[in-house]
Ligand binder design. Sequence first.
Ligand code: IPE
Ligand code: IPE
Ligand code: MG
Length: 248
Amino acid sequence: MDYLSQINKTNVPQHIAIIMDGNGRWAKQQGEDRVFGHYEGVNSVREIVEACAEVGVKYLTLYAFSTENWNRPKDEVDALMELLVSTISLETPNLNKNGVKLQAIGDITSLPKSCQDELQESINITSGNSRVTLILALSYSSKWEITNSVKQITQQVKLGKIKPEEVTAEMIEKYLCTVNYPDPELMIRTSGEHRISNFLLWQLAYAEFYFTEVLWPDFRKNEFYKAIVSYQNRERRFGLTSDQLTKN
Ligand code: IPE
Ligand code: IPE
Ligand code: MG
């Protein structure tokens, strides 16, 4: 089925977040090494970024490497870091062509220097673009991010700049890596896992979740459009009753 034609262009999510999962299992199914799956996953990334530009999704956050992923076998971690460097340098002209601005969230200083440099270069080169903002979550975990925010706020309290009773949700958000982006309306996870794995715990408070059995290297444009159509068929109530929503 062609899902693109079913998308209501007036109700496309502004921000979609994706847990790109299943690369290892995809490779295993082909009788290949796990790293082969990560390589193939890059093609899905390219297609989904392009799809965002085509349907008008303004922000796309991709969970590319979690804090916990550092505990994987060294060979796999090294391969992922190399892939990151080579992909960013190869894809930057393509990002520019599609009007994509690259950004990153996470503990970026923990990445190898070559990754940090490549990332920074691409962020600089694409900084003038405004069609889509692509946010890579790298060495990211939500508990790390929220803990950082709490540290900053307690520091302000210690200095007497704010009182404990003055702490607000907005203040916590101000110190999250995502301060410049709206919260995602839709979160997609591929590969049949139904969990959030330390991803955007705060920001996904009211997001719609979409889970698919499709493994990330097989998740291409039409699968993405299918997720958007599913989102558009839901009623987002934000604590209200259905009747309240239809009256407004
Ligand atoms: C997702 O695929 C990519 C990263 C976590 C870097 P996985 O590598 O987790 O693949 P599976 O879940 O083992 O199949
Ligand atoms: C989550 O996938 C992290 C990324 C996609 C980068 P994992 O494959 O690491 O998650 P778990 O460990 O199965 O929950
Ligand atoms: Mg996985």
